[in-house]
Structure formats: structure tokens, C-alpha cells
Design a binder for this molecule. Sequence first.
Ligand code: FES
Length: 326
Amino acid sequence: MQTLPASWYHDPEIYERERVALFGREWLMVGRARQLQSPGDYLAADLRGWNVLVIAGHDGEVRAFHNVCRHRAGPLVDRGTGRCHTLVCRYHGWSYELDGHLKRARDFGDAELPVDELGLLPVSVAVWRGLVFVNLDADATPLLDALGSFAAECEPFAMEQLQFSHQVAHEVAANMEGYHIPLVHPRLNKEVDARRYRVVVGDRACVHTAPARDGSVTSGKWLWRFPNLALNISPDGMNVERFVPLGPRRTRIVYDYFFRDLSPAAQAANEEVVRLSLEVLDEDRAICEAVQRNLESGVYDRGWLSPRHENGVAYLQSLVREAVGG
Ligand code: FES
């Protein structure tokens, strides 16, 4: 199979089509359920131009809304996390209940407002095993059905018992196969048997496995789910990886690290896991940015994907083609 054309990696028009077709229609992980434990706890995120907030109601239910006031489109909360009793627009002070209903149009004057029609615009939200997802498509398939085999692959792991450790964010482009491991990741290559690296694709997901050498810290699976979520998961912890586009040429990678044991006794082993994953990320960044420069140089259009090693890349590219068209 041939690769996508080079222009798809930097063309603003393709990027805009991807933004709408992928990020406007797919379930996207935005945070952790533990960030929404008390009424009024919220998290707000920019989903490629759509400003979304997720908030816990007084009834304990988690809801999501566009972070857009119905008066003149002011934001209700800043990006990030926080807690509030009511949602108050930062522009002119209209206030909303935690369930999204308009509570008060501050000092508006005598005009009659159709208050019942001026609630915050809802967004689909669902929680799966402690992770919070939103979907901007009102007709989206329910999350669990959409996750399909990706969710099934995670069943053996006690995800709910893992404790959040910390988050790391980097700007980088991403790779998606084991073909490059021997050349790009010398230390990882000592930890896993790259010759037996396997990628199983289907159900809009890829399951990556490679036998770990004895004593390796990389046992487990690397699971990817279209369009931008991956779990690097083992019995002792997981790294939830999100690939967030910043524009046609740049991607932010956000890593949330969780461990089964956060005690001082486990600290050295946990730090080693983080150190190795960031080392791999640095190595990927160096090669991917070099590739990106070459893709933009104009001398290369399409290449060929290895059927032995790059079936995951081929699958991702087929899903992008299907969503974006062309
Ligand atoms: S834009 Fe929100 S109160 Fe005016």
C-alpha cells in the first residue's frame, strides 16, 4: 500500500478537513473522572477550535457543554480544571446552573428572553473506566460500542486501581510501528524484541505487542484508538497518551502517567518507566521532525508501507482517507 501524499502532512485545507471529520465526530478523551468528583468540579479543553467544558452537577451527573455563553459567545470558564457553584459568563455575567439551564441574565433590561431556550449547548459525554470522553457529534455511537475491541483489550488490566501520578506534554510528531525501533530507539531495542513486534488492527484500533526481555519495564501492550488516543498499559501502570493537533504541522503529545503503587518503595521503578518513555519520545521527535521537513521540501510525494511492519500505519491512513475523503 502507498502512503498518503506528503501534502496531507502540511496542507492547511487537509488539516481543516481532518479537524471537522475526525475531531468533530469521534470520541475524544479529555480528562479523568477523578477530576469531577464533587458538584461544580469542571474541566475545560480546546478541542481543535471547539471550546468544551465538562462539569459535575449537584445530582452527581457529569455533563458537557460548549463553553460558549448564549448571550454573545463569551467563555464561562478558562481552560483547565476548577470548581464553581454556578457557571458565570466572564463577559457580561449571565449565569447558568450546573445542568446548563440559564439562571439569570444579569441586569439585562426589560426585554422578554426565552429563558428555557437559552441553556448551554450540550455535548455528548461518557466515562469509561475512569477516563472522560466527549463527542461533538450529536448522533455519535455510544462510547462503549465505539471503543469495541479497544475496551476489550483493556479488560485484563485493573485500570481503576491505578493512581494518577503526573502529566507531561511535548510538541512532537508521532510514529506508529515497530519497524523503526532498531534504528531509532537503541535502549528500547534492548528492552523488547523488535523482530517479534506485532500490530493487530481492526475496529478502529491497533494492538501493539512485543515480547519483553527478562526484567524489562516495558511488558504489557500499547493500544491505539482512532483518532488520537493510546494506552501504554501493564499490570503495574499505564500511560494515557493523547495526540492533539496544534496546526497542520505540529502535534502536542500529552502523557498522563498512572501507577499501581505510588509509595516511596516503588518510586525508582516508576521513575524508570517514565524515563524510558520520555527517552523514546525524544528519539521519535528527532526523527519525525526530520521526516516532516522532508515531507514539506517538495521532493517526495508518496512512499510504500511495509506489509510486515507497517500495517498499523496503513490502517491509520486508511481511516483518515475514509474520514477526510480523497
Ligand atoms: S457573552 Fe456571556 S453574558 Fe454576554
